[in-house]
Design a protein around this ligand. Structure first.
Ligand SMILES: Cc1cc2nc3c(=O)[nH]c(=O)nc-3n(C[C@H](O)[C@H](O)[C@H](O)COP(=O)(O)OP(=O)(O)OC[C@H]3O[C@@H](n4cnc5c(N)ncnc54)[C@H](O)[C@@H]3O)c2cc1C
Length: 307
């Protein structure tokens, strides 16, 4: 019987593990399909406080893990396939093995949707990004392209005009799904060029392995053309990793966990941390902060229950 199992090993899960381990709760962290979480696929992180020169994303999450292990957290590879939260102790099916725990922290994140271009995954962190807040600063006076047609894509395009020389907003349809106010704002922004009825077929790099251009296809005319860009921002949404909890934890229409205040979910003893609940900020530091909150709530909950 575990005191606490933390599902997910990104910034939220690792921070929860540091706090829970230092509260002597011997947490178990289930690492999931992406050990280290989303920062493990990026390169330089410049906005995590405490690193004036920036820090390599994979190093940051690896150090968080080491810090948690130093205080007694245990990590295991594997994914939670199924959860029975109908009564306590909770039961988790981790790759076929069932395990029991008094409390649970769900820190499973929300995966960015990608375009599935042949060269896309290889160039994430090298010119391909899913986060303007995170990476916009790297593109001062550069040619930027944003792909998407919803509010997020248009917000990101407008935000990126603070940095880029020009921002091309590529959308596969002839009209946007985004709100009228965002569309009007984008049309009025002299730095934004709207490229409609167009899809990106691939992204290309230069000899240094950094994004240098894309191949575009106009789906009305069929015309294929190459275009030089320095940064490709994919803004076509995120998928919260909540599948094992469907029907048990309260989810919103997009599948994100609904908070019941602090780090609480609708089930007593189950807490949330990070991007799996937060579709607004989606940052390493906010996820880490949420992990801290969840672990403190677990500690107080177990204390109140006499454990
Ligand atoms: C390319 C890129 C660059 C970024 N750059 C920055 C940046 O510069 N600065 C910044 O602040 N933010 C950045 N972000 C955003 C940041 O990475 C996220 O906000 C942060 O990682 C969220 O942390 P999290 O722990 O909530 O989720 P995640 O990091 O997504 O971690 C989720 C974890 O849950 C695990 N998991 C999922 N399902 C299961 C399951 N069923 N069982 C077990 N485990 C499971 C996964 O394996 C993973 O370990 C970037 C994101 C991307 C994609």
């Amino acid at each position: 019987m575990r005191n606490v199992v933390i599902i997910g090993s990104g910034c939220a899960g690792n921070t929860a593990a540091v706090y829970a381990a230092r509260a002597n709760l011997s947490p178990l962290v289930v690492a999931g399909h992406e050990p280290g979480g989303q920062l493990s696929i990026t390169s330089l992180v410049e906005n995590f406080p405490g690193f004036p020169e920036g820090v390599n994303g994979p190093d940051l999450v690896e150090n968080m893990k080491k810090q948690a292990e130093h205080f007694g957290a245990e990590y295991m590879n594997g994914s939670v396939m199924e959860a029975d939260l109908s009564k306590r102790p909770f039961r988790l099916n981790i790759d076929g093995e069932w395990m029991e725990t008094r409390t649970l922290i769900v820190a499973t994140g929300a995966s960015a949707r990608w375009l599935n271009l042949p060269n896309e995954q290889r160039l994430i962190g090298r010119g391909v990004s899913s986060c303007a807040t995170c990476d916009g600063f790297f593109y001062r006076e550069k040619e930027i392209m944003v792909v998407g047609g919803g509010d997020t894509a248009l917000e990101e395009a407008n935000f990126l005009t603070r940095f880029g020389r020009r921002v091309a907003l590529v959308h596969r349809r002839d009209s946007f799904r985004a709100s009228k106010i965002m569309v009007d704002r984008s049309k009025a922004n002299p730095k934004i060029e709207l490229v409609m009825n167009t899809v990106v077929q691939d992204v290309h790099d230069n000899e240094q392995g950094v994004v240098a251009g894309v191949t575009l296809k106009n789906i009305v005319t069929g015309e294929v053309a190459r275009r030089d860009v320095d940064g490709l921002f994919v803004a076509i949404g995120h998928v919260p990793n909540t599948k094992p909890f469907i029907g048990q934890l309260e989810l919103d229409s997009e599948g994100y966990l609904i908070s019941h205040g602090g780090a609480r979910t609708n089930i007593t003893g189950v807490f949330h941390a990070g991007d799996v609940q937060d579709k607004v900020y989606r940052q390493a530091i906010t996820a880490a902060g949420a992990g801290c909150m969840a672990a403190i709530e677990v500690e107080r909950f177990l204390e109140a229950e006499g454990h």
